[in-house]
Design a protein around this ligand. Structure first.
Ligand SMILES: Cc1cc2nc3c(=O)[nH]c(=O)nc-3n(C[C@H](O)[C@H](O)[C@H](O)COP(=O)(O)OP(=O)(O)OC[C@H]3O[C@@H](n4cnc5c(N)ncnc54)[C@H](O)[C@@H]3O)c2cc1C
Length: 381
């Protein structure tokens, strides 16, 4: 095996996920996107295939596999549909991961079996109307009243928070003046309002809502990890998630490469395939370079994670590069497809709309540059 390739097992797994994605998701992706339809049945099928449980212990119903396998799954689902790709990425990276990593034994026993099998989905509520990149500015408050937390505040843009199978949202809240903690809020808790879905530019078949907590009461035992450690815990959660978003970006760039090369070979203008023009061929070459580089960075970060090595820098590098490459790739693909790239009948217009959020979610490009600069020892604010 060449050191920079995935193992035969990972490639065999890729084949299984690709066949599933081509058969169960690709034919419907445009329709779901057009109708802003969240396909619960398909999410359940992803669960049946074991995709939500890949890196989690077998004792809770997971596959006991590695993070690299999860990235392969996210890449392959994202190659045909970014909405289902983010549903998987956020479901695992933001929904399950905090509980699997920091939760108590009781919390894991109660919540993980349904989550890792895709019977239920979990969300992570960090962002607020006035606290996004500056997550330390969180205003949501949780006050202990007897054996219950009473939560008040508002969260914005929370993925998977309002699906018919959402079982919980882990929210960050101020539990003291200098304290941020994470608390599990079960779906349907009194005092929790899930706002109507956003009208989004992309990821239209994914589920995103604002949340309002108005004296929302949950048991004191729903605190995840240590009281006051919520900030450090979600930073760790986001490091993992950034590798997942890099994999999602890679899937999109791969789709753009395949579609563009096919089109450059088959579309005839001036009596020859447009790929005969260096101006088109070289853009395909650039796509190949971007996909290759995104792949290497993504799977290097995943391999570090699997080896238990520090990932902060590698995750930020992979997320920054792959997301920006994906945005560029969709612009190139749209250009190569000419007018057809602008029309929603084909997938290119959807790819173009789906790409932008990759540079924003789970830390904007600016925040990745901040993390990377700090990793270089620069004294940036
Ligand atoms: C579809 C969708 C799904 C999402 N899902 C989730 C979810 O499941 N859970 C969740 O908690 N959040 C979620 N988010 C929120 C997302 O993570 C935030 O939108 C993102 O972190 C940016 O925060 P913001 O929107 O408040 O932008 P801001 O933080 O207000 O940033 C605005 C601009 O200022 C820049 N900026 C800010 N600070 C700095 C700085 N110090 N240096 C340089 N530039 C800076 C930013 O990079 C950006 O360009 C989702 C968002 C969307 C749109």
């Amino acid at each position: 095996m060449v050191r920079y390739e995935l193992s035969d097992e990972h490639e065999a797994f890729r084949k299984v996920v690709r066949e599933f994605a081509e058969a169960e998701i690709a034919p419907h992706a445009s329709d779901w996107d057009r109708r802003h339809h969240f396909p619960v049945g398909t999410v359940r099928k992803m669960g049946d295939l074991g995709l939500f449980g890949l890196p989690f212990p077998e004792e809770y119903g997971g596959a006991g596999g590695d993070f690299t396998s999860l990235c392969v799954a996210i890449e392959e689902i994202g190659r045909v549909d970014q909405s289902m790709g983010i549903t998987l990425e956020a479901g695992v990276g933001l929904g399950i991961n905090p509980i699997a990593t920091f939760g108590s034994k009781e919390q894991k026993q109660r919540w993980l079996p349904d989550l890792v099998t895709g019977k239920a989905l979990a969300a992570f509520g960090l962002t607020e109307p006035d606290a996004g990149s500056d997550a330390g500015a969180t205003k949501t408050k949780a006050t202990l009243d007897g054996d219950e937390w009473v939560i008040n505040g508002t969260k914005a843009f929370i993925t998977n928070s309002g699906t018919p199978i959402t079982s919980l949202i882990t929210v960050t809240a101020r539990t003291g003046p200098e304290e941020i903690s994470s608390i599990i809020v079960p779906a349907g808790s009194p005092g929790l309002t899930v706002e109507p879905p956003y009208e989004k530019m992309g990821w239209r078949a994914s589920d995103t809502h604002g949340l309002v907590f108005d004296d929302c009461r949950v048991p004191a035992g729903n605190l995840v990890g240590e009281r006051g450690h919520g900030f450090q815990e979600f930073l760790a959660t986001l490091d993992d998630g950034r590798i997942g978003v890099a994999a999602l970006s890679l899937g999109l760039a791969q789709a753009c490469l395949e579609a563009s090369v096919d089109y450059a070979k088959s579309r005839v203008a001036f009596g020859a395939p447009i790929g005969r023009n260096q101006g088109i061929a070289f853009q395909c070459a650039d796509l190949e370079v971007m996909v290759d580089a995104s792949r290497l960075l993504t799977y290097r970060a995943a391999a570090l994670k699997d080896a238990g090595r520090p990932i902060k820098q590698a995750a930020a590098v992979a997320k920054l590069y792959a997301s920006e490459a994906a945005v560029t790739a969709t612009r190139i693909a749209a250009q190569i497809h000419g007018g057809a790239g602008f029309i929603e009948e084909g997938p290119i217009a959807r790819y173009y709309r789906d790409a932008k959020i990759l540079e924003i979610g789970e830390g904007t490009s600016e925040i990745q540059r901040l993390v990377i600069s700090r990793g270089l020892g620069l004294p940036v604010a």
